[in-house]
Design a protein around this ligand. Structure first.
Ligand SMILES: *Cc1c(COP(=O)(O)O)cnc(C)c1O
Length: 351
């Protein structure tokens, strides 16, 4: 983060801490693609255990975790189901279509969540005319759903429908650990209903690069084939894995601070007339605050531009839609300062 700047545009805007950089500098390394990097091996074992899965593989990004999972689960002409705001539908350049030949069916629902009934209602009869219903994707926490946490009951209901219809179930767990901390449950419990899961290291966990994809050993073996084909195999990646191991030790429990800071942010901003949580989200559940400024009549871009001049960054996701994300690079005082600046700016521009 630039000195003095309060960057709430995303939890990707963290910088590795001094302690994380030391862990990276001291990492034991080897050739990752030959399976000979001991630090990568350690990270994969640790992540697999954390997520209750048989095996895991380190990938350069969450986007690659999603596309590889689609490639392993599906065949060309298959159809996948995800909320219409989901990353896999809206932010991956159509990767599922480009690389896997898979058609995405975006689902409706509030807070970035679709119900089991919605999923059941769109599944296809087996026929030579229809694409083959193959895969459902749940995003935990929901990103543009305002950081909402899927409950275990909501996931179980979707998993039941998936089971009845022979669908695979994939967890986009970019912020799964935020969900686990918010719910106060073990991550492995939240992963149990899924055929594949992953966590991002480069979001709230504060690493510079990386994501870990986990699942049954046979799934991870197939994922390795695509990792190689797509150019995701690495060499001395232990320096990256060391950051991940450091984060799993030191940066998980503290996600609760990010959640408290996000609630504090909303507590200050909500005093501003015409500002609501977007999409009818009743409360802030994790580290994401999506704001709907429509009631104030002020364009989101104008607010973001003015805030930028004041040393605060937020994300713009629509004409009246702003997103602020808390992370380890911003403390309580900075969050309060940013929230006050946002409220002032909306009031000024609304006059
Ligand atoms: C960021 C994100 C991704 C993609 O992860 P990258 O590491 O940025 O490629 C996928 N899904 C969700 C929900 C995300 O927030």
């Amino acid at each position: 983060m630039q000195e003095g700047r309060i960057n709430l545009s995303s939890d990707t805007q963290t910088r590795p801490t001094a302690a994380m950089r030391r862990a990276m500098a001291e990492a034991e390394v080897g050739d990752e693609q030959l399976g000979l990097d001991p630090t990568v091996t350690q990270l994969c074992r640790r992540a697999a255990a954390l997520l209750g899965q048989e095996a895991a593989v380190l990938l350069p990004s969450g986007t690659m975790c999603n596309v590889i999972s689609v490639l392993v689960h599906c065949r060309p002409g298959d159809e996948l189901y995800a909320h219409h705001t989901a990353h896999v539908v809206s932010f991956e350049g159509g990767g599922a279509a480009v690389f896997a030949g898979v058609q995405s069916r975006p689902l409706e629902g509030g807070r970035g969540i679709f119900t089991a009934e919605t999923l059941r209602g769109v599944l296809r009869p087996v026929s030579r005319y229809a694409p083959c219903s193959r895969l459902a994707v749940i995003e935990q926490t929901t990103n543009l759903g305002g950081g909402t946490v899927w409950s275990e009951a909501e996931i179980a209901a979707v998993a039941t429908v998936a089971g009845e219809h022979g669908l695979r179930l994939h967890l986009d767990g970019a912020r799964l650990l935020n969900a686990a901390v918010a719910l106060g449950v073990e991550p492995r419990r939240l992963c149990a209903p899924f055929d594949s899961v992953w966590i991002d290291l480069s979001k709230g966990l504060g690493c510079p690069v990386g994501a870990v994809l986990a699942g049954p050993a046979s799934f991870i073996e197939a994922a390795w084939g695509w990792k190689q084909r797509l150019g995701g195999s690495m060499r001395q990646a232990g320096v990256l894995a060391a950051a991940g191991l450091h984060a799993l030790t030191h940066h998980v429990e503290r996600l609760a601070d990010d959640h408290a800071n996000a609630r504090r942010f909303w507590e200050i901003v909500r005093r501003c007339p015409g500002v609501e949580l977007a999409g009818g989200v009743p409360s802030v559940e994790s580290n994401i605050v999506c704001l709907d400024l429509a009631g104030s009549g002020v364009p989101a871009q104008a607010v973001a531009d003015r805030l930028e001049q004041r040393g605060v960054n937020v994300g713009v996701f629509g004409e009246h839609l702003l997103r602020a994300v808390t992370h380890l690079g911003v403390g309580r005082a900075q969050v309060e300062k940013a929230a006050a600046a946002l409220a002032e700016t909306v009031e000024e521009l609304g006059r």
